[in-house]
Write a protein of this length. Sequence first.
Length: 99
Amino acid sequence: MLRIIVYALLAVAAWKTYTTYQAKMAATASENLLLTEPRARNIDVGSSTSSTPKYRCDGRTHCSQMTSCEEATFFVRNCPNTKMDGDGDGIPCERQLCQ
């Protein structure tokens, strides 16, 4: 009987530790999400006649999210963390858009 009580107490202590750990991890994950969330940035593409830029960094990073070679090139040159120039030659989306 004593053995069962000891096992039950160990199980309760383990469960309490686990739930505390899960709560900490959830709080940390939500803080990291807020810190790494892409932020929209307006960047002028060099046109002096336009008052609003043609494109803006809005968190898109892949070729499948682009509509033209010009747009993909803008993102590679001006936006962080893009994944469109696999070979590093400065030409993005070579198979899909910029052939």
